[in-house]
Design a protein around this ligand. Structure first.
Ligand SMILES: O=C(O)C1=C[C@@H](OP(=O)(O)O)[C@@H](O)[C@H](O)C1
Ligand SMILES: C=C(OP(=O)(O)O)C(=O)O
Length: 438
């Protein structure tokens, strides 16, 4: 187990002296980068990954794949522009130890890859990673022919005893606690002897855009996928066995990490542009265009990117966030500053994220004078005048950015361990102060 650190350091979140006007370039998407790395590692030929996100979660993914034998050369692209990684697939092998940190994508996407490796692969990670559900992946892999030693606990640490090949075939899983169970099985499935048929049996399935992202990216490297949204059976995904192409992929900016910057325009009545906002995307962050508009701004997608303009007034919202759960902390922060109450629904599974996000948001906003209550599947937020204080972050990058949003409007907010943003956005403090000085 890698210890999650206790950080005595407190970062004074800067308040905004007026309307923020800035252009902020968001680094690459975590979810796209880590899917692209897995697919490139499983391909039949080398590929390129341009503008990859360089953060804790993606560097852990790259390091784990290297440990399994994959070549990943970090450098600039063939035309000399921007960062590009060359990924050279190779025979996957153990013995190896994979550190997943607290990355859901690493702890869920890599066990199926390890099942295709020759030799034992041990998985370990942060203390919190031991508590995050993995049973959907472990049970499914056993059904599909893998041997896994997890002391029957259904979570980390564990060892996948890869046999070099995996049968694959039909499997039922309950992915109501994380969409990543489904994505994990689909991503490696072209390399299973029979491919896979995943049938989700649970009552709910969160984060559907992330499953769409998995399906889209599989298809873009040549995989054949049947899925519910293009005429397939409800709750069933099928991936045929096939070789995967090595591609040249440019990673989109991380729209969920663009959230705090867009929120700054909303909260201060300013204007923020995020260049390279994709016209079409499976990223859940695209929903911010609608959600933040409803909360009091307007947005425009042009050749310059997405420009969001605030009005200086923030309205409460009643919204089901089950599809876009990772946006919840940022929306809760804005809602705490609104002129009317908000209800955020459909996100019970956030209790199993980096921290219990529903409990953490409730406690931290209330300690600044707020009035937030937890519901069975979300939050009620009644705005109150807030005051300064310490905003604890529980090793959760999105708690740190949420606290910073509040700090724009409330003097004296200090963020505990702002460095935890390195999970997906290592330069956050500099980007944030840069935005305010622009
Ligand atoms: O597949 C992915 O890249 C992700 C899926 C979602 O997970 P859950 O379905 O567990 O919420 C999301 O919250 C996470 O940040 C990234
Ligand atoms: C839930 C998140 O991360 P993970 O990929 O670790 O699940 C997140 O980034 O909000």
């Amino acid at each position: 187990m890698t210890e999650s650190s206790v950080h005595p350091d407190l970062w004074p979140a800067p308040s905004a002296s007026g309307a923020v006007t800035a252009t902020v370039t968001a680094p690459g998407s975590k979810s796209v980068t880590n899917r692209a790395l897995v697919l490139a590692a499983l391909a039949a030929e080398p590929g390129w990954l341009r503008r990859p996100l360089r953060s804790r979660d993606t560097l852990l993914m790259a390091e784990a794949l290297r440990t399994l034998g994959v070549g990943i050369e970090e450098g600039v692209g063939p035309d000399g522009t921007g960062e590009a990684w060359r990924i050279i697939p190779a025979r996957l092998h153990g013995p190896a130890t994979v550190d997943v940190g607290n990355a859901g994508t690493v702890m869920r996407f890599l066990p199926p890859v390890a099942a295709l490796a020759d030799g034992p692969v041990r998985f370990d990670g942060d203390r919190r990673a031991y508590e995050r559900p993995l049973n959907g992946v472990i049970d499914a892999l056993r059904t599909l022919g893998a041997r896994i030693d997890d002391d029957d606990r259904g979570c980390l640490p564990m060892t996948v005893h890869g046999g070099g090949v995996l049968d694959g075939g039909p499997v039922e899983i309950d992915a109501s606690s994380s969409s990543q169970f489904v994505s994990a099985l689909l991503l490696s499935a072209p390399r299973f002897n029979q491919g896979v048929e995943v049938r989700h049996t649970g009552a709910r399935l969160p984060s559907m855009p992330h499953i769409r992202m998995t399906v889209d990216m599989l298809r873009s490297v040549g995989a054949q996928v049947d899925e519910p949204e293009t005429g397939g059976e409800p709750n069933v995904w099928r991936v045929a066995p096939s070789a995967l192409l090595g591609r040249d992929l440019t990673v989109e900016p991380d729209l969920s990490n663009a959230q705090p910057f867009l929120a700054a325009a909303l909260v201060t009545g300013g204007r923020v542009t995020i260049p390279d906002w994709p016209e079409r995307t499976t990223q859940p962050g695209d929903a911010l265009r609608e959600i933040f508009t409803e909360m009091g701004g307007s947005c425009e997608l042009t050749d310059l990117g997405l420009t969001f303009t605030g009005t200086g007034r923030i309205h409460g919202i009643d919204v089901d966030l089950s599809e876009v759960g990772e946006l919840t902390p940022g929306i809760a922060a804005v809602a705490a500053l609104a002129d009317s109450p908000s209800t955020l629904r459909g996100v019970a599974h956030l209790r199993l994220h980096e921290t219990d996000r529903l409990a953490a948001l409730t406690k931290e906003i209330n300690e600044l004078g707020g009035d937030v209550t937890e519901t069975a599947d979300g939050l009620h937020i009644r705005p109150r005048p807030l005051h300064g204080g310490v905003f604890h972050t529980y090793d959760d990058h999105r708690m740190a950015t949420a606290g910073s949003i509040i700090g724009l409007a409330v003097d004296g907010v200090r963020i505990e361990n702002v460095g935890t943003t390195a999970k997906t956005l290592p330069d956050f403090p500099q980007m944030w102060t840069g935005m305010l000085e622009a």
